[in-house]
Design a protein around this ligand. Structure first.
Ligand code: PCA
Length: 325
């Protein structure tokens, strides 16, 4: 009888505590991301997930599904929007096929070092947030790749050497760049790079030292041209409705972890940049610094693309560039 009474008391207490939100059941969030585990973006996101778990006292458990293993890159934004998954990561400029505004950080020779990239992000962050909010998404943080360079099977001395190259690209704007350079673009996910080279679909690519080293570019290419042409970024966002269902404390914990992840990610990117170039060199890739002739030819293409972008995006593009400059 006494056992029964104390059992009853415990149950009453549990119900009361649950009602008071003192005990929260564990919430599990699946998080699709596009890039491999060896990518610093993925490592940073895993640290973010660990911090969220700790800061929410084990109430919010985020499981990271990297390299498009749960949802493929082109489907990630749509899936978060629809609430199929609550949180995800994409390359911002991957969204430029729906809105050219998102291509801003992928225009050649607009922002080429980290300091400029930070300024560009400061100038465009709010607009990015507003655009996502209109789609029911909340931006958490954004982290840059390293400045982009060209991987090829020969030394590129002038733009004319790029003619006819089968160039692997990763968004609408790199596709446009390839066209302007008279190369032949094919869009391929980072996770599929090695296969695309081994089957001969492409014979060159523009990407970061991180992606070059992580895909072991020396297995299928010989020259890395350190163009440092632009600094594209990834971003992590949540479904705003699902976010708002969390307790105020847990919402705050996520935002704090997100802020930290953004700062840490920028540092990781920069710190890794030279290291990855050194790894590529040690594995036999020839590291080429572009001649001033090539540099000015490419800068001209960048100028053309900036003009095209401004035409497509209109007044909000002008305002953003004015803020940046
Ligand atoms: N790596 C990704 C995007 C930009 C980068 O440096 C890729 O090549 O797909």
């Amino acid at each position: 009888m006494r056992i029964c009474r104390s059992f009853y008391a415990i149950m009453v207490c549990l119900v009361l505590l649950l009602n008071m939100n003192v005990i929260q059941a564990e919430i599990r969030w699946d998080m699709p991301t596009p890039y491999s585990d060896s990518t610093f973006h993925t490592k940073n996101i895993r640290l973010f997930a660990d911090e969220v778990l700790k800061a929410t006292h084990n109430e919010l458990n985020i499981t990271v599904h990297s390299a498009g293993s749960l949802i493929k890159h082109p489907e990630i934004k749509k899936s978060v929007r629809r609430g199929i998954v609550p949180i995800g990561e994409v390359l911002i400029s991957r969204l430029s096929n729906e809105d050219s505004f998102f291509a801003l950080d992928s225009i050649p020779y607009l922002a080429t070092d980290y300091q400029q990239a930070r300024k560009l992000w400061q100038a465009s962050r709010e607009k990015t947030e507003v655009k996502l909010a209109k789609q029911g998404l909340k931006l958490l943080f954004s982290v840059p790749w390293q400045p982009q360079g060209l991987f090829a099977k020969k030394k590129i001395k002038a733009v004319i050497d790029l003619q006819g190259l089968k160039l692997r690209v990763y968004n609408k704007y790199t596709e446009r760049l390839a066209q302007l350079l008279q190369a032949v673009p094919t869009q391929i996910e980072a996770a599929d790079i090695a296969t695309a080279f081994s089957t001969g679909r492409v014979d060159s690519m523009i990407t970061s030292p991180a992606t070059g080293a992580n895909t072991k570019a020396w297995d299928f290419l010989s020259h890395y041209h350190h163009f440092q042409a632009w600094i594209p970024k990834n971003m992590v966002f949540v479904n705003a409705k699902q976010f708002s269902k969390l307790t105020k404390e847990n919402q705050a914990a996520i935002l704090i972890a997100a802020k930290k992840a953004e700062e840490r990610g920028w540092e990781m990117s920069e710190q890794e940049s030279n290291k990855k170039v050194a790894i590529m060199k040690a594995n036999g890739l020839k590291i080429i610094y572009p001649s001033s002739k090539l540099h000015s030819e490419l800068s001209y293409v960048g100028h053309v693309m900036t003009e095209e972008w401004l035409k497509e995006v209109g007044s909000e593009g002008k305002r953003t560039l004015a803020l940046f400059k």
